[in-house]
Ligand binder design. Structure first.
Ligand SMILES: [Zn+2]
Length: 272
């Protein structure tokens, strides 16, 4: 018996990509492969494809928190994660970047946000810095996303992650997203249903994104690296360090959301 749709080879070319008219101003949402309605801060409906990063704008908050300032560990304690987020949102808004966060239609008020990256952030950090560090490096290296030359920066990143007192410094996902979505100009998406992603895409093509609505028959996680890079630059953070951290967090998130739930590891597909 042959099921052509099951045996069809999973390559990057079978996924629908869209070109964004305003790559920088577009509200950014999560790598999550589900779809759902989006509203602007003023309650206006927003349609069309959107750039994607880990947890949407939460991506740059985590990056800034880990890599933002030399010797920033004391800043964590004084300012805290959420205040860092507010500060990051202010800088990005001033520089013209659209801000976005999401929940889903079965999140539990006061318990979960519905964003797998946000809700598992503590676990994701633990996976990357401790439980799966070498395994994640191996996955990235065999995908061609990192080389031996990146090892010094990688070690610095793992060192930075080790400075974080996860249980005291990283709030729960619903606390982070519940608070940051109240900030000015933040758009909010409510994703629907369950996860069925078949691949983890990393997209380097400037100003394009996976069209999540059109990809519902074959959903995938999608990380738009060009947008990750642009926000890192706007925040004054080393762009390659940012890429390495975000790639590590992406695989760690996949481990938490897919492999830890008993499903097979997703293939990483790269769009260049
Ligand atoms: Zn999410």
């Amino acid at each position: 018996m042959q099921n052509s749709h099951l045996t069809k080879k999973l390559t990057i070319n079978i996924f629908p990509f869209a070109k964004l008219e305003q790559p920088k101003q577009s509200y950014v949402f999560c790598v999550d492969g589900r779809k759902g309605p989006i509203k602007s801060h003023e309650g206006k409906n927003i349609k069309g494809a959107y750039p994607q990063m880990l947890g949407g704008s939460l991506n740059s908050v985590v990056v800034y928190y880990v890599l933002g300032e030399e010797n920033s560990a004391p800043v964590y304690k004084e300012k805290g994660f959420i205040d860092t987020g507010v500060q990051v949102f202010n800088v990005l808004r001033e520089k013209g970047f659209g801000l976005g966060l999401h929940g889903d239609n079965h999140a539990k008020e006061g318990k979960s946000s519905g964003c797998g990256f946000g809700d598992n952030l503590r676990k994701v950090i633990e996976h990357l810095r401790q439980n799966h560090t070498d395994e994640i490096w191996g996955v990235l290296e065999s995908s061609g996303l990192v080389t031996e030359d990146d090892k010094t920066k990688w070690d610095k990143i793992i060192g930075r992650l080790n400075e974080i007192d996860v249980s005291n410094n990283i709030p729960e996902g619903h606390e982070i997203i519940g608070r940051l979505k109240k900030e000015k100009d933040v758009a909010y998406q409510v994703l629907q249903g369950g996860h069925g992603e078949k691949a983890a895409v990393v997209n380097y093509v400037d100003g394009t994104t996976l069209d999540t609505d059109k990809a519902q028959e074959l959903p995938a996680f999608n990380l738009d690296m060009w947008r990750v890079q642009a926000e890192a630059e706007a925040l004054g953070i080393d762009v390659r360090e940012t890429e390495l951290l975000v790639l590590g967090l992406y695989v760690a998130t996949e481990i938490a959301l897919v492999e830890n739930k008993g499903k097979a590891r997703l293939p990483i597909l790269i769009k260049k």
